[in-house]
Design a binder for this molecule. Structure first.
Ligand SMILES: [Fe+2]
Length: 169
């Protein structure tokens, strides 16, 4: 699986999953850098983890240019989704099987995507911490971290922000 990223805002990663010219974007918060990257490629789908603008802000503009791309996301952004997902759902894109897990805490309906031993986890988990618990539901956040901890140790983690140094200093 070819995974790369597009830098957005100050510290966002828009992750890309690619197969030949076909491409999937994860959490495109900003349209401009994504549209530049998409030049000459076939956008198949946009996967969203949660409702925050720095993750979904680019969707409408990107979708206007790539109307065939399907948008997947949790119920909290139902208005943007072509397909709304929840814990336990699965789907196939680019011949890869994606599994949806609920990773609530940062927001109530935050979801993450597991595919090919990789976890695309938005703001649920960072390389040196986890997202702010805006819901105030630390119990949900605890459950989420516990759930993610139970994934195989070799799972590759793709958070939506580069906070590593910030969190360690
Ligand atoms: Fe967020």
């Amino acid at each position: 699986m070819k995974v790369s990223y597009i830098k957005a805002f100050e510290d966002n990663y828009i992750w890309t999953i690619e197969k030949d010219k076909d491409i999937i974007l994860v959490d495109p918060g900003e349209a401009k850098p994504a549209l530049e990257y998409l030049e000459g490629k076939n956008l198949v789908a946009i996967l969203l983890t949660h409702k925050h603008l720095d993750h979904v802000g680019g969707v409408e503009e990107i979708k206007a240019k790539y109307p065939k791309a399907r948008v997947f996301g949790p119920i909290e952004i139902e208005n943007l989704n072509d397909k709304t997902l929840k814990e336990g759902d699965s789907f196939n894109l680019l011949d890869y099987d994606f599994k949806v897990i609920n990773t609530a805490g940062h927001t109530y309906d935050h979801i993450s995507y597991l595919v090919d031993g990789r976890l695309f986890c938005g703001d649920a988990l960072f390389s040196s911490g986890c997202g702010r618990v805006f819901t105030g539901r630390f119990d949900l956040s605890f459950e989420t971290i516990d759930k993610l901890r139970s994934l195989p140790e070799e799972t590759l983690v793709y958070p939506a922000h580069e906070y590593t140094i910030k969190h360690l200093t």
